[in-house]
Each structure stands twice: as C-alpha cells, then as structure tokens.
Ligand binder design. Structure first.
Ligand code: GLN
Length: 486
C-alpha cells in the first residue's frame, strides 16, 4: 500500500510508532497530487512548501510525544474556509486574490491538533451548485470516471479524498454539499447539526443553513475529524455550548438497540434511479440484519423541500453577497467612469451566472410586496418540515434514505438546466432546513462502476448514533474498500 492510500487512523498509528514520519507522508501526498491532479483538478491552491513546514513541526511534536489523532495528517480544505496567509477564493473571480488575515475557528483547531494543510479545494462558486461546474476557476473531474462531475459544491474536497490527494478534508453543506459529492466520489461525508461546528471564518452562503463538516475515506476517520472541529465558539453566536463526545467511543456499539426509520415519501420519490433505489434497499436489509429494528416513518412535507430551500437560500445569499462590491470586499473593476458603473461592473464581471441568478432570485423574494408571499411562507413551511422530523424521531433513532437520486452525471449534462440540477438536492436539503445532522456512506456501485451513497440522518446533536450506524454498516460491507483506478 502507498502512503497516500492510508486512512487517517492507520497513518496515526504508524506515525506514533515512528514507522513513518509526517514529512514522508506529506511528501507522498504531494507526489500523488503531482501525478493525478492534472487529470482531476481538485485543488485551486496547493500549499506544498507550507505543508512540508507543518509536517516538520508535526514530526518534532511527535518526537516529544505530543500528539493528537490528526498530528502530521495531510488534509484538504474547501476554498471557502478562511486560512491565514493562504488564498481563499470561494472559486470566484471576485475573490481570486483574497488572502485572509485570520484563520477560521475550524482551521485554528486543526492547526492546534497538528494537522498539515495541503491545499484549498475547488468548489462551486460560493458553494452554489451540485456539480462543481459552477467554479469560476477550474473544472474538477470525478476520479471514478473523468467524464463525470464529482458532485458539489464540495466536489474538490471529495475528489481529493477519493483520489488519495489528501487523507481527509473539510467541506461545507448548505443543502447537501458535503453528502452529495461524498456519495458521488465514494467517500464518507458528514453534515453536522446546525450549531455543532463553528462557522466563524466560513464565507457565508446561507447563514441559517451552512455547516462545516468532515469528509474522509471511512467512518472512523470522519469521526476523528469531527471530534476535532466540533464545539462551542464564542465567535459564532449560533454555535451551541454542548459537550462534544468522543465520537470514536460509540462506533463499536452494535445496532441491536437502534431503530431506523424509512420515510415512505423518499423511497417513492419520482426520478430516482433504479440502481440507487436497489443499493439503498440492500443497505436497509444489511442494517436490519445487524439487529436494528426498521419502522416506516412519514415526512409529509418532503415535496416542498426544494421549493422552500430555493427561496430561503437565495434570500440569505443575496444579503450575504452584498459585501462584494469592490469597496468592502472583492476585486474592483477598474474599467469604469463613475461609482454606479464601478459597482455594476465589479459584480457583473466578478460573479458567475449561477451566483447572479441566486442574487436576483433572493432579492426578488425579499422585496416589498413579495416578502410575505415567498420568504415568509417558505419560513413557515420550513417549520413544518422540522416538525415532520421531530415527529418521525419519536419512533426511530436514525432515518435512512438515498443521498442523490442518481449516480454522478456527465460534465455538461445539466449545466443548462438549473431546475433539474436543483431537484438533485431533494434528499439532502431537508436536513439543512431542519438543522439535523446527516452522513453519506458508500453503499454500492452502479453498473457503470459509479459509487452510490446511503444517507443516515439523526436527531439534533446526536451525531454519535449516526456514526455508530454508519460504522456498523461499513464494517459489514466492502464498498469503502474499492478505489478509483486513476
Ligand atoms: N446544491 C445546493 C445548492 O446549489 C446545495 C449547495 C450547498 O450545500 N452548498 O444550493
């Protein structure tokens, strides 16, 4: 096995036993990037020198016996999480040269833990999209089939993990952007409960939906990353002061006492690919065989999720993106005669088409006369969606569903059809609207050899039960062991 293929927990063991050094591990990952990145293009920025420096520090810490589960481990960071001194673009022309003067809280935590940051991963511009094709910088390809999208918006992070160009990564999830690319790239990705992980230093897309979360090769690695990044932060007023459990402690508990809910609306959803449906059905069977009890639950407002999301998310985005005006933030367009033209050109040339579409949608939905009809109504239905989950969780501990209705589609297939693209978020969006946690774990392959993910959603702040269910499923199956042949 090559060093870049190691899981985080195996690399940790080898580092601890001094069988490998972080310098060797980091060098192996950087060489892997050199060899496959020209095909995959997962990174906007590779910080090779800084990574080698961090690796050296990590080795020194290890030799002093000062080590966490992440010391010396090379990671990728989605390029909308601020990294001090390291360019953070949000995959947008408007922030192409932005170098943050501070670290996001999650980055501070990773650095404290001794992790090595290899680079910044590509994404849909400002996290708007489901394929990473909306990046204003470059096109990322799915390591399993280079003609296909890696999913989005955290497509760079997912592709980097799948291709062995890092051992783990951080993404962000506003409507599915961690889980969906994890599913399409055959890796594990968790969207934590809203408020579990600090958003300080995460460039805002839709503030009431955004969450940072871990992506990795397996469930244990995800749990290790999650433990490090979670927790209360006084710099984020929506973060919640709750104790963070050691998620790895729960993994080995069996499923005998777990009740899983199967939402009838999800499995009857239109447009779901038969191979995806079959893989998820098989996964439910595996989990049942492991001793879990299965019950049917109902989430009757599921059919409104996409509509509600595409009012609320653009409304918040329109407000959040007002700051990129060439004065407060964003590279200013110089080719202008007056102030109004400067604003107009800066925003028209700095933002890509999808971002402009969302700003227009959001501005419309919040305008006087339409606010009550759209934004207020959407907020009310959002509450009903949350009530659906609360009711369902009275009879079960976790809920199972597909992550995406189809495996990864081909590049260009949906880009001209934003509505169909929006519908591909149908299974993931509701967790963000309700604020609950969810994970994607590999559960099969299509006949074309494309990965398929199973979604496990849980109660607020009950990530441990999700990890436990996902781990037991993973141990009973081999899907996570297969690697793309790059
Ligand atoms: N695909 C969804 C969107 O385009 C979700 C994106 C996300 O989670 N950041 O908004």
């Amino acid at each position: 096995m090559e060093l870049y293929e190691l899981s985080i927990q195996t690399a940790h063991k080898l580092l601890k036993q001094k069988k490998i050094s972080s310098l060797e591990l980091t060098r192996a990952v950087l060489e892997r990037i050199q060899s496959v990145e020209p095909k995959v293009q997962a990174y906007i920025t590779v910080a090779a020198d800084a990574a080698m420096e961090q690796a050296e520090f990590a080795d020194q810490a290890i030799s002093r016996g000062n080590m966490t589960g992440l010391t010396g481990i090379p990671l990728a960071i989605k390029d909308l999480i601020c990294t001090r001194g390291l360019r953070t673009t949000c995959a947008s022309k408007i922030l192409e040269n932005f170098i943050p003067p501070y670290d996001a809280t999650v980055i501070e935590k990773l650095k404290e833990a001794g992790a090595v940051i290899v680079g910044k991963a590509n994404m849909d511009e400002f996290a708007m999209g489901s394929s990473t094709e909306n990046s204003g910088i470059q096109l990322t390809r799915n390591p399993w089939d280079l003609k296909r999208i890696p999913g989005g918006s955290s497509g760079g992070s997912a592709a980097a993990v799948a291709a062995g160009m890092c051992l783990g990564a951080l993404g962000s999830d506003t409507g599915g952007s961690i889980r969906q690319p994890a599913s399409h790239c055959g890796v594990v990705g968790m969207k934590p409960t809203y408020g579990r992980v600090s958003r300080y230093g995460l460039v805002a897309f839709a503030s009431s939906l955004d969450q940072i979360g871990p992506m990795a090769k397996d469930v244990t690695d995800c749990a290790v990353l999650m433990k490090t990044i979670a927790g209360y932060d006084e710099k984020d007023s929506t973060s919640v002061p709750l104790e963070v459990p050691d998620y790895t402690d729960f993994l080995k508990n069996g499923l005998k006492k777990i009740t899983v809910g199967i939402p009838k609306e999800y499995h009857a959803a239109e447009g779901i690919d038969p191979e995806v449906a079959a893989a998820v059905k098989n996964a439910v069977g595996v989990i049942e065989n492991l001793g879990a009890e299965c019950v049917e639950v109902s989430l009757p407002h599921t059919k409104h999720c996409v509509a509600v999301y595409y009012v609320i998310a653009p409304s918040e985005a329109g407000s959040n993106l007002a700051r990129y005006d060439g004065v407060r933030y964003g590279s200013r367009n110089k080719d202008t005669r007056n102030l109004i033209e400067m604003y107009r050109n800066t925003r028209a040339r700095g933002f890509g088409m999808e971002v402009q579409r969302r700003i227009i949608l959001g501005t419309y939905a919040l305008s006087a006369g339409y606010y009550d009809a759209y934004y207020k109504k959407a907020s009310q239905v959002r509450t009903l969606i949350l009530e659906d989950f609360k009711k369902a969780f009275e009879t079960c501990d976790v809920i199972l569903s597909p992550v995406a209705p189809t495996p990864a589609f081909t590049i260009g297939e949906m880009i001209e059809d934003p509505l169909t693209m929006y519908l591909s978020d149908i299974f993931t969006i509701s967790a963000n609207l309700a604020g609950i946690p969810g994970i994607s774990v590999p559960c099969g392959f299509s006949s074309d050899g494309l990965p398929i993910g199973l979604q496990i959603m849980g109660k607020h702040f009950n990530e441990e039960t999700i990890f436990q269910t996902a781990y037991n499923f993973e141990q009973a199956t081999d899907f996570h062991k297969k690697k793309p042949g790059l």
